[in-house]
Design a protein around this ligand. Structure first.
Ligand code: ADP
Length: 298
């Protein structure tokens, strides 16, 4: 199995016990999923399609990706840009995030149809999110969806997490339109119910699943925090409640890790109910620990 995850990896600055001290790391929604896919599927190839700069911090990010076993052959290098950054701020136990990503190199990841085609040609499954779409200029977003659609017509599978982030978009109507355009070229869509309810007005997870199914998505998986998750697969619905997590420490990457757990289980032959349980088991581990990227054997 060859996966191609498409999106933005950012530098993360995480506060340490010593006031004013931060630890530098790397994260980003699609990267987090790539990280977990890599660990769950040692025999798979997991590549990342993005763009970075040509400076030292971009070199360091590439070294990090390669060190995690992620194939960087399709990372584009830009001389006039660098990678995006975010800072985690702690107010008591409450985490908030400040972002510097408006001019990040990743925003240029879909400027060249030839690069997209070359990367997709070597993959069986492409994975992207609503954040991937949000950071692209309109023409680039259209190009990415067009090339995904063409590749899919030749047998590729597209997996999409809408990951709705209104602040990254000019307006929510554009966000919702782009998300449904991406769904139209996707085989599997993995939305989170609370976001979908807020921006699409869905009244329950079944309504979210039905809306994507009506857009011809054959497999819809609706995440729902600690509530029952739902998979609508080829017309059949199954519901699984995540096992309780004794102590939720940090919900960062809950959905991203869930997606990897679900995808890996499905690739291994699990039915949707078993794959929901596998996704929830991984997400439960991740939210019981601080940080987005956990070493699963550590
Ligand atoms: P996102 O992080 O994308 O908003 P959710 O909050 O719906 O997604 O969480 C994704 C998955 O993580 C859930 O389907 C569930 O398996 C797990 N999860 C999240 N929060 C909890 C929780 N409080 N207790 C147990 N599992 C949780």
């Amino acid at each position: 199995m060859r996966y191609l995850c498409i999106g933005e990896c950012m530098v993360e600055m995480a506060p340490q016990a010593d006031p004013g001290s931060y630890r530098m790391g790397y994260a980003g929604d699609t990267l987090n999923t790539a990280w977990y896919l890599r660990q769950l599927m040692p025999d798979a190839r997991v590549g990342y399609l993005t763009a970075v700069g040509q400076d030292a911090v971009s070199d360091a990010m590439l070294a990090f990706l390669a060190g995690a076993g992620i194939d960087t052959a399709h990372v584009q290098r830009r001389g006039d840009r660098t990678v995006g950054l975010y800072l985690i701020q702690l107010t008591g136990a409450e985490r908030s995030f400040a972002y510097w990503r408006g001019q990040s190199a990743a925003r240029t990841l879909a400027q060249d149809a030839g690069v997209l085609d070359a990367a997709l040609t070597g993959a069986d499954v492409a994975y992207l999110s609503g954040i991937t779409l949000a950071i692209l200029a309109d023409a680039d977003r259209a190009r990415l969806l067009d090339r995904l659609g063409a590749w899919r017509a030749g047998g590729g599978r597209v997996v999409f997490d809408p990951n709705l982030r209104p602040r990254l978009w000019d307006d929510t109507a554009t966000m919702c339109r782009a998300v449904m355009q991406a769904a139209a070229v996707s085989d599997t869509v993995l939305p989170s119910y609370d976001d979908e309810a807020a921006w699409f007005g869905d009244t329950d997870p079944a309504a979210t699943a039905a809306r994507y199914a009506a857009a011809d998505v054959t497999e819809v998986v609706v995440k729902n925090g600690d509530g029952p998750m739902l998979a609508l697969c080829d017309g059949t619905t199954v519901t699984v409640t995540p096992p309780p997590v004794a102590r939720v420490v940090d919900t960062t990457a809950a959905g991203d890790s869930f997606n990897a757990g679900y995808m890996a289980a499905r690739a291994g032959g699990a039915d949707p109910a078993a794959a929901l349980a596998a996704g929830a088991a991984l997400a439960g581990r991740v939210i019981g620990t601080r940080g987005a990227l956990l070493h699963l054997d550590g």
